[in-house]
Design a protein around this ligand. Structure first.
Ligand SMILES: Cc1ncc(COP(=O)(O)O)c(C=O)c1O
Length: 419
């Protein structure tokens, strides 16, 4: 008989914490002090943001990078700069962070949801094809968890219909698709540097592109509609100040020095864990596609199928946490079910159009299954250590599987009732 679950008083598999996030050290301290003492705190004053944009863009196979205040703004500005017009439709997945779709609304366009694939957890190209209408103008594939979306199929659909492909690469710093960096595959991409992200300055974002004209428009739009040849108080297009400050860029320049080796470590460890837990009945880690040549593992995602595993996802999450493995069930519902979409609380946007929209019955069964029953998320920092740490995660899963009957029984008796 194996050790009882920690949830029931047994010894936890792991009592030490995993690598804390964010990782920082002397380089960040020196860079911040240097910036502080320079007195050049704004992006138009100092060298850090310019330098970061160039380095990040180059690492991601792009000529241009425009650093902005966050990933949501990066998505919105990319849509506006690409000339999206009021009421045009943009296809997005229902299983993603709110911003992928809210940025579309804030660009005065209509998000149209296409379901995800149950193996890869990324946009299902067949669902995208089914969601196309004469009003479709763009597709936003999210490289969810850090695995590039099915870009062959998405690019081919987009080419036929002359659609904009905006990559939501908020999870995909350093990820590779057929050896090509995420962020350089579509016409334009948006990254986030929010505190949980694999490259972070607490808040921040960047737009990457190889399109000179699009880059110029994004640059103008992130700077109150200024143009390079204009004088300071000369504004050519309606926009705001979305510039990233020098302190954040100073930190990002240091974080960028670590990105490649951290990403390689995450990818190695993530693949190893997928191999281990994928052996267990009813456990389905995100399926890696042959086109994914580097997964950035912002998240390690898996499905627990209660019918084969023997215990429900929610109980497994609690049991893993008790064994010393931080994890969560992720999103609780698909985006169309968010109150904002159900109530069409779009503020000043989509006026005259919102009345015709109804998000209450948008079908997205795969996304719903992940949200309501099956998905488990493990954060990227769990994959920054040695293989022995990942083995602890694998051991915890195996222990829970061995104790699945006790766990299921407990859940039926108390867990469910306690919800
Ligand atoms: C998939 C996805 N897209 C966009 C964003 C938005 O980024 P930010 O939080 O920097 O605005 C996030 C972030 O949390 C995200 O996970």
């Amino acid at each position: 008989m194996s050790e009882p679950l920690a949830l029931f008083g047994g010894k936890p598999v792991r009592s030490k914490p995993f690598t804390p996030w964010p990782v920082s050290g002397k380089p960040e301290q020196r860079a911040l002090l240097r910036t502080l003492r320079s007195g050049q705190w704004g992006r138009l004053d100092g060298p850090e943001t310019d330098r970061f944009e160039q380095r990040f863009a180059e690492l991601h196979g792009c000529k241009h990078g425009v650093a902005v205040v966050n990933g949501t703004v990066a998505l919105r500005l990319a849509l506006l700069a690409a000339g999206i017009r009021a009421g045009e439709e943009v296809i997005v997945p229902p299983y993603t962070f709110f911003s992928t779709a809210s940025a579309v609304v804030e660009a005065n366009a209509v998000p149209v949801f296409a379901d995800i694939d149950l193996d890869t957890f990324n946009l299902d190209p067949a669902a995208v094809a089914g969601a196309l209408t004469p009003r479709t103008r763009a597709i936003i594939p999210v490289h969810f968890a850090g695995q590039p979306a099915d870009m062959r199929a998405i690019l081919s659909l987009a080419k036929k219909r002359k659609l904009l492909v905006l990559e939501d690469a908020a999870h995909a710093h350093g990820a590779l698709w057929r050896n090509q960096p995420a962020g350089s595959i579509g016409a334009v991409a948006a990254f986030s540097f929010q505190s949980s992200k694999n490259l972070t300055s607490g808040e921040g974002g960047i737009i990457t592109t190889n399109d000179d004209a699009l880059a110029e428009t994004c640059r103008s739009m992130h700077n109150c509609g200024r143009i390079p040849t204009g004088v300071w108080y000369e504004h050519h297009v309606v926009s705001g100040n979305y510039r990233l400050g020098e302190f954040q860029s100073a930190v990002l320049n240091c974080q960028l020095d670590r990105l490649l080796s951290q990403t390689q470590t995450r990818d190695r460890n993530g693949q190893y864990l997928a191999g281990r837990v994928g052996e267990l009945p009813g456990v389905y880690p995100q399926k890696r596609t042959p086109d994914c040549t580097r997964h950035s593992y912002h998240l390690f995602m898996l499905r627990i199928d209660r019918r084969a595993f023997g215990a429900p996802r929610t109980a497994v999450v609690q049991a893993l946490q008790a064994e010393g493995v931080p994890c969560s069930a992720g999103y609780g519902f698909s985006l169309p079910q968010q109150p904002m979409f159900r109530k069409k609380a779009f503020g000043p946007y989509l006026s005259g159009i919102a009345g015709k929209l109804d998000y209450r019955k948008v079908p997205c069964p795969n996304s719903d299954l992940l949200c309501k029953e099956q998905c488990v998320w493990l954060g990227q920092n769990l994959f920054l250590g040695r293989r022995t740490e990942v083995d602890d995660i694998g051991d915890a899963f195996e222990k829970i599987y061995e104790n699945r009957d006790a766990l299921d029984h407990w859940w039926e008796e108390s867990g469910e009732a306690a919800l």
